[in-house]
Design a binder for this molecule. Structure first.
Ligand code: NAI
Length: 399
């Protein structure tokens, strides 16, 4: 194709896109963005986690209340008001009080400010929600669609961090690492007590529930361990190129999928199709003694059912960083659950996607989304979960 006809067809695509209310750049469709009214003097509210002493000593903890995503000066220089808080529960929380006249809400999955349908009703000025990170299930997305509130994430900002955490969790469960380390701390030394439940990754069947950005990175990292087979379950099939590159076989039936895996990793968003998906019934179809790693969202698994499966040996181990309530209460079953040998628990607080490297990326990504919004520029399509009155992604359920 000549340069002239290439640019003519790009122009034609732009015209067609414009007619559909979309914008295009170099042949890529950019998601529409509308900046309602003036872009000066907006109120921006951020709900972040308290960083305490660590955040004072470590300025790279950008996702904390103390370090405020590093955007205070920049926002204020443009005449915007910036409120940052970790107080998020109940009608007296700063979140709920300030929301009433907020224009832009920034939240993080690590300390989720739950924006329910009821709360949305209290926020008539709210036009834009930005998730500093990936995963916007803490926002009632259907209600956002109805109210034409846009919801954006910093897509891809922490997917490598999570994929690495998944690899670590799989290895520590399969190699029975945690009880071995605890034994050392207790001053004991009994190799057989650990080795009796320690295995290799090589030769195992490993599957990912969800084969999007994180799922694909996990498959890529698992391949060099020479598994017996890599499987995936996702309503969106991998491209032929990715399936071949990763050597992963799709299993379309969920029960069949779980029954074939020695190790399962969950990498799908939380939505009505995944909430409570891993319950006693599904767990009964797992291979007895399987290991399960969930860094996606806690509520995809039924907490009590997982703890019971670990106790009976249906699961040999469960690891992850996400909980159905965050911060997790002190008596949450996942804090203390164990398999019959006293191991099999690889739970940590929600931090896999908030390494310092990830924080730099999602803080910069949040700023870029705001910048585009203020300037009335189109957003990166991959970042848009809910556009103006409609879902712009297929990841949050088949709509
Ligand atoms: P993505 O949107 O690239 O991929 C999600 C995949 O899940 C898609 O391929 C989608 O088709 C699939 N999926 C959706 N519903 C499904 C279902 N019912 N069954 C099977 N597959 C289904 O998202 P990405 O970047 O891979 O992230 C996935 C999730 O991981 C996020 O939504 C978030 O909840 C979680 N996450 C956790 C972090 C952490 O710190 N623990 C950090 C980042 C993400």
């Amino acid at each position: 194709m000549s340069v002239l006809s290439a640019s003519a067809s790009a122009l034609k695509r732009n015209i067609v896109a414009a007619a559909r209310g979309q914008r295009m750049l170099n042949g890529r469709t950019l998601a529409p963005t509308v900046n309602h009214g003036s872009s000066a003097g907006l109120k921006v509210l951020a709900v972040l986690y308290k960083g305490g002493e660590a955040a004072k000593q470590e300025p790279r903890l950008l996702g904390s209340v103390e370090n405020q995503l590093g955007i205070r000066e920049w926002l204020e220089a443009q005449g915007h008001e910036y409120i940052v808080t970790d107080s998020k529960e109940g009608p007296d929380s700063v979140f709920q009080k300030e929301l009433k006249d907020t224009d832009i809400l920034i939240t993080t999955p690590f300390h989720p400010g739950y924006l329910t349908r009821e709360l949305i009703k209290t926020a008539p000025r709210l036009k834009l929600c930005v998730t500093a990170g990936v995963g916007s299930d803490h926002i009632d997305l259907d209600a956002a669609v109805e109210r034409e509130i846009q919801v954006l994430e910093v897509t891809g900002s922490n997917v490598v961090s999570v994929a690495e955490h998944v690899m670590m969790s799989i290895l520590l469960l399969v190699h029975n690492f945690v009880p071995a380390h605890e034994m050392i701390e207790r001053g004991e030394w009994q190799v057989s007590d650990i080795a009796r439940n320690a295995f290799d990754l090589e030769g195992k069947v490993i599957g990912t529930l969800g084969a999007g950005r994180i799922g694909r990175l996990v498959l890529e990292r698992l391949k060099p361990f020479n598994p017996k087979e890599l499987l995936y379950y996702d309503y969106a099939p991998l491209s032929a190129e990715n399936a071949e590159k990763l050597g992963a076989r799709r299993v379309e039936d969920l029960k069949e999928f779980v029954s074939q895996c020695d190790i399962i990793t969950i990498n799908a968003p939380l939505h009505e199709g995944t909430r409570g998906l891993v319950n006693a019934d599904l767990l009964s179809h797992f291979k007895p003694g399987a290991w399960l790693v969930n860094t996606a969202r806690g509520a995809i698994c039924v907490a009590e059912d997982v703890a019971a499966a670990l106790k009976t040996g249906q699961l040999n181990g469960y690891a992850g960083d996400v909980w159905n309530v965050q911060p997790a209460p002190r008596d949450h079953p996942w804090r203390h659950m164990k398999n019959h040998l006293g191991g099999g628990n690889g739970m940590v607080p929600h931090y896999s996607g908030t390494t310092l490297d990830a924080q730099a990326r999602y803080a910069a990504g949040t700023k870029e989304i705001l910048e585009r919004y203020f300037e009335g520029k189109a957003q990166e399509p991959a970042n848009v979960i809910v556009g103006l009155g409609k879902y712009e992604t297929k990841s949050y359920g088949q709509r």
